[in-house]
Design a protein around this ligand. Structure first.
Ligand SMILES: [Zn+2]
Length: 109
């Protein structure tokens, strides 16, 4: 069945808000305002869950799935390559959750 107009509209708004939050987070991170950035990240996670909207590209791997903290390499995120399984391992230093991402896939010629 076709999605109702209201639902689509909500998703559109959610997308815009997530994008806006993402830019805010980047700005606050660069300015060293960690708390602000973390708050915005929490908010973004909630919006994404509630509206079933994917997070913006750059934010997807930056929020811990378990504890919801904003991950910054060198601060609370450990990034390692797993040669055996050809994947990158992201370890959250807050809760220890590991996330695995494949090496970049080969693009067909
Ligand atoms: Zn975590």
């Amino acid at each position: 069945m076709k999605k109702s107009r209201k639902k689509r509209r909500h998703k559109h708004i959610a997308k815009q808000r997530l994008q806006r939050l993402y830019t805010l987070i980047q700005g606050w991170e660069n300015a060293g305002k960690r708390e602000f950035a973390q708050n915005a990240a929490d908010h973004a996670g909630r919006i994404s869950k509630r509206t079933n909207t994917p997070l913006p590209r750059g934010l997807r791997r930056r929020i811990c799935r378990k504890c919801g903290s904003l991950l910054t390499p060198g601060r609370n995120l450990l990034v390692r390559c797993d040669k055996k399984y050809r994947r990158v391992v992201y370890t959250c230093r807050g809760c220890g959750r590991k996330a695995y991402y494949p090496y970049v896939r080969k693009t067909p010629p």
